[in-house]
Design a protein. Sequence first.
Length: 101
Amino acid sequence: MLTRVLVVEDDERLRSQFRLALMTAGFITSSASNAVEALSSIDRIPPDAVVLEIGVPLFSGVLVRQQLRARPHTRDIPVVVVTDSTNRFDSLNVNCVLQSR
């Protein structure tokens, strides 16, 4: 069972809402507001899953996903992408894409 989820979202309100929903469901959560924080957090304590907003600051969530896939110890971490983009993200090989419009 998944227990630790990293929420990567630059909007503080949304980040808090994701964390609250996940904690209510029984998950332990941590968060990052940008791509650099996310990768640093993942290197320190790899989560069981990641909720990843594509438009995070410093560099794209797409690059975060590519970094996760490139590293042997993180390549199998399930990723849920959150985006307001209508683009397709099939090439990212993620577990789920949540699109808001």
